[in-house]
Design a binder for this molecule. Structure first.
Ligand code: NCD
Length: 298
């Protein structure tokens, strides 16, 4: 794998290797060597808290050099193209690019401009893909359910506009997971072949083992498409009563940012079976494992 642009770039062998490394990092069993030789550039053309800061922290923990490209204060404002920007950063020695961009498939246009020794990681492209979030979510699920093919997973909310949902579905499919239920209002449901879709939350959530909640991607729809939040919360927000319909050991996942009392009621965020902060914690280790993978290919 030279770049991680979509789940298609992964396979079960790479996945296993990444998860073994992630576990070692979480167990603190990996000796960290300073390596200023590797230079990571974070290039975020959309807002981010967890993804950007966890990649930055991962790079720092590995002893890599780190540059944060700030578009608003950069020569992009003077008309420099993205490809020219990448090539100039590459000329300074950047070999790992972590990029988030509002345009889906942007990486198809730019990755060919990079040297074979450079690596590009998709940190989210429009509604298309967010592969490292899916790695975090699947790793977190596997901590609870080592065999994901045996469980029922519900993905709830704005599936249509969610790159997190799209990458998770692709990764779970790659692992042979078949029992995935998609729950949401008709306008937010992608018809994905082979998956059960539910507009009725209570029906969809019944007996599931894991619930993956999603934020409404307001920035990716017109004002008229945004549902009334109170009505949405009542129908599709996870409340203690609705959570009780799931399997008694069911866990809650959410990639963040959470809109409290919209997709999840505030008192469930810190529920003992909520994995939301665990996902954030795993994010740093997953991203360390991934950066290391690129600089130490097998
Ligand atoms: C997600 C994203 O940017 O797609 N956030 C994240 O990376 N954890 C989800 C979202 O914005 O709703």
């Amino acid at each position: 794998m030279q770049h991680l642009l979509s789940i298609d770039d992964l396979n079960p062998t790479i996945l296993k290797q990444l998860f073994v490394e992630t576990q070692k990092i979480l167990n603190d069993a990996t000796p960290i060597r300073e390596s200023k030789h590797h230079v990571v550039a974070t290039m975020f053309f959309e807002p981010s808290t967890r993804t950007k800061l966890s990649f930055s922290l991962a790079a720092q923990k590995l002893g890599f050099s780190l540059l944060d490209f700030d578009q608003q204060k950069s020569s992009a404002i003077k008309g420099e193209s993205l490809i020219d920007t990448l090539q100039n950063l590459q000329a300074m020695g950047v070999n790992l690019f972590v990029m988030r961009h509002p345009k889906q498939m942007i990486f198809d246009e730019i990755h060919t401009a990079l040297k074979p020794t450079s690596h590009l990681i998709n940190a989210g492209d429009g509604t298309n893909q967010h592969p490292t979030q899916a790695l975090i979510d699947v790793f977190t699920l596997q901590q609870h359910y080592p065999d994901l093919t045996q469980i029922k997973i519900a993905i709830v909310g704005d599936i249509k506009h969610s790159r997190v949902a799209h990458s998770n579905i692709a990764l779970l499919k790659m692992l042979g997971v078949e029992q995935i239920r998609l729950i949401g209002p008709a306008d937010f449901l992608n018809t994905i072949e082979g998956f059960e879709c539910f507009e009725d939350f209570d029906q969809g959530i019944k007996d599931v083992d894991a619930i993956m909640l999603l934020r409404i991607q307001k920035e990716r729809m017109s004002q008229a498409q945004i549902p009334n939040l109170a009505t949405y919360a009542e129908q599709y927000g996870l409340s203690p009563d609705k959570f009780a319909l799931a399997n008694k050991n069911a866990i809650i996942l959410h990639p963040g940012p959470v809109n409290r009392n919209v997709e999840i009621s505030t008192d469930l965020i810190e529920h003992p079976r909520s994995q939301i902060l665990k996902q954030t914690q795993h994010g740093v280790a997953i991203r360390m494992a991934l950066l290391q993978y690129f600089v130490k290919p097998v």
